[in-house]
Design a protein around this ligand. Structure first.
Ligand code: SF4
Length: 149
């Protein structure tokens, strides 16, 4: 089994079963997180999901929020939805106003139906916003890290 040495890789390499083992997360829970938009694994032409090292870190982060921080899935969804992606990506005001992620607190930006030009031309799986969980350390620390305060 491949190690997690390069834990910033977005390359989709792990099957659901391997992702489950590496993240200590039951496969049915991973499916639930996909349905809720908490993770966005790669989808093959045959509709199989493949997971990257970034996805594994995100799964571990979700596990930490659930078991150590006392959040539930809806709370984690809300937490991810308040990431100020427009600041991280330096979106201009025109882009922000076209983007559901700028106003919605229902779900993470990568699940938004309408996105600004910058995001429409970006693969969310490789975006620095989606990769944030590599610093996963609890909700408050998370806010401090993304706002640099
Ligand atoms: S590219 Fe995707 S993940 Fe990145 S800020 Fe835009 S919507 Fe969010």
């Amino acid at each position: 089994m491949k190690s997690l040495e390069n834990n910033n890789s977005s390359e989709p390499v792990y099957t659901l079963a391997v992702a489950s083992k590496l993240s200590f997360t039951p496969a049915h829970s991973i499916r639930q997180y996909i349905d809720k938009g908490l993770i966005i694994p790669f989808k093959t032409e045959t509709n199989r999901h493949l997971f990257s090292e970034v996805d594994i870190l995100r799964l571990k982060c979700i596990r930490n929020y659930l078991h150590d921080q006392g959040l539930n899935v809806a709370g984690i969804n809300a937490l991810f939805s308040i990431i100020p992606c427009w600041i991280i990506r330096s979106c201009d005001m025109e882009d922000r106003l076209q983007c559901d992620a700028y106003t919605s607190i229902k779900s993470p930006c990568w699940t938004a139906s309408n996105k600004g030009l910058l995001c429409r031309n970006t693969d969310c799986r490789t975006c620095e916003v989606y990769k944030l969980p590599e610093k996963c350390s609890g909700p408050k620390q998370f806010i401090k890290e993304i706002t640099n305060t």
